[in-house]
Write a protein that binds this ligand. Structure first.
Ligand SMILES: [Zn+2]
Length: 474
């Protein structure tokens, strides 16, 4: 044993075993007589038996007793595995030169942080415990490797061996299921062919009751109407079905978008395709052509407007006339119902056509639409349409006044005309210069913004006001 002073008031007692450079035992004694023991520079923990027996102060024990006990206790050899919680306790050996020696000589013990280092057995109690739990962990891991991963196991952290096993399992299962599906499908087909029966009223009322049990908050009014109507149609023969106007309207809009999709959806009695009982396209055509679309002012449309406004009060009969011209695709179409070619410029009235068109066989590029909008009543009504090549003011003038005269003669009072700021529209307004100049109430105004309405049946003088929408904004 060697004793040396180091730092102030600290004594080191050391004993080397001549194998390692650092001392085998070190006892560090502080000035207050407390001591710590190091074994190959590993601090002996306070829960070690040595400390538990002798405490950690020389007030309770003599040095000789401690040294005797110390030299009798075995040094723990550590654990045999390495993980990230295991510390490497490396001790440099005293170098002895020979022919095939390594550049460095040392011994490494693997110890958990809690190793007691000194104990009555070759492995301390802590190391024995750690070793046992580790070997159990290894055993469990190896067992797990041989069984397939669970369905929800994260793929990134599952070993490839287990994934392989899982995949093999699923493949087998998949093949088995496929075979099973095929057998069931054949069985079902067979059963359908041999034992199927026609649905009758009982099954039908089942459907009705299933539909009526649906959560009403999740059913929109149209959905409800649709199902109620469907139930009705199912109960009556397809010849005598009376379709609800809403359903007709829906079918019309559907069939116009895609007649083949409509045909797929519609239940066809002949070949049994389709899922819904809907009117045939032949029948829809009758509804669509209820009013035959025509260029110019159309008696049928005027009649419909009259019917719509029949119950309107006096103030509700004031309307604004909207003129709008839209570009259309130039094309000629043959109407198979009338044998007419549609697509030429047509202002509806042969007299107007003759008076205002240089050539009668020009193909139309625009459609001019006259629309009525109520001032109080929210009515919107497409009043007339014309095929044009971009109407000029000379063409617009007779059409505008004809529209006003038709309205006024049907007790519909036109208060204003609106249109976009195209030059033909501005010129149309300017054409009323003479009418305005003759009118005493507005003859010294240099902007033409209104004109007396000669068709008005009211006792006071009524004006037709002109509004022009800026052509840049819609
Ligand atoms: Zn140990």
């Amino acid at each position: 044993w060697i004793m040396r002073h180091s730092r102030e008031n600290t004594i080191y007692l050391e004993k080397s075993d001549m194998t390692y450079i650092i001392p085998k035992y070190q006892i560090i004694i502080e000035s207050d007589l407390t001591f710590n023991i190091l074994v190959y520079n590993w601090l002996v923990p306070k829960n070690n038996k040595l400390h538990e027996t002798f405490g950690s102060s020389f007030k309770n024990v003599t040095l000789s007793v401690l040294v005797n006990a110390l030299e009798k206790i075995l040094i723990c050899e550590g654990v045999s595995y390495q993980t990230d919680v295991i510390l490497s306790h490396t001790v440099s050996q005293i170098y002895t030169v020979n022919s095939n020696s390594d550049p460095i000589k040392s011994k490494t013990f693997l110890r958990p942080k809690e190793c007691l280092i000194l104990d009555s057995t070759e492995k301390c109690a802590v190391c024995i415990k750690k070793e046992a739990s580790h070997s159990q962990y290894l055993k469990r891991k190896s067992e797990r490797l041989t069984e397939p991963a669970k369905l929800q196991a994260p793929i990134s952290s599952t070993s490839s061996a287990r994934l392989k096993l899982t995949m093999q399992g699923y493949r087998i299962e998949n093949t088995e299921l496929k075979i099973e599906i095929e057998t069931l499908r054949r069985k079902l087909e067979h059963e359908l062919q041999t034992k199927s029966i026609q649905c009758d009223g009982i099954e039908n009322s089942d459907i009705v009751s299933i539909m009526s049990r649906a959560d009403p908050s999740r059913v929109s009014p149209f959905m409800k109407l649709f199902w109620e109507e469907k139930q009705k149609y199912l109960q009556t023969s397809s010849k005598s079905v009376r379709y609800h106007p809403m359903i007709i309207r829906y079918c019309l809009s559907l069939a116009v978008k895609s007649s083949s999709a409509y045909e797929d959806l519609r239940y066809n009695e002949k070949d049994g395709t389709g899922v819904l009982i809907l009117p045939s396209q032949r029948r829809l055509r009758d509804y669509r052509n209820y009013i035959k679309p025509q260029r110019g002012f159309n008696k049928g449309i005027i009649q419909e407007l009259k019917t719509k406004m029949k119950h309107f009060s006096d103030p509700e009969r004031y309307v604004v006339l909207l003129l709008d011209e839209m570009k259309v695709q130039e094309n000629l179409v043959w109407d198979k119902h009338t044998g007419e070619l549609i697509g030429y410029v047509d202002l509806g009235d042969p007299a107007v056509n003759y008076a205002t068109l240089q050539k009668v066989d020009n193909i139309a590029t625009h459609v001019l639409v006259f629309m009525l909008r109520g001032i109080i009543n929210p009515i919107k009504f497409s009043f007339a349409n014309f095929a044009t090549t971009g109407a000029t003011s000379c063409q617009l003038f007779p059409l505008l006044w004809k529209a006003v005269s038709i309205c006024e003669s049907n007790d519909i009072r036109v208060l204003a005309v609106t249109c976009d700021g195209a030059s033909s529209n501005r010129k149309l307004f300017d054409m009323h210069f003479k009418l305005q100049a003759d009118d005493a109430a507005s003859n010294n105004v240099d902007v033409i913004y209104r004109t007396p309405n000669p068709f008005s049946k009211e006792s006071i003088r009524m004006y037709l006001y002109f509004f022009c929408r800026s052509s840049t904004s819609d």
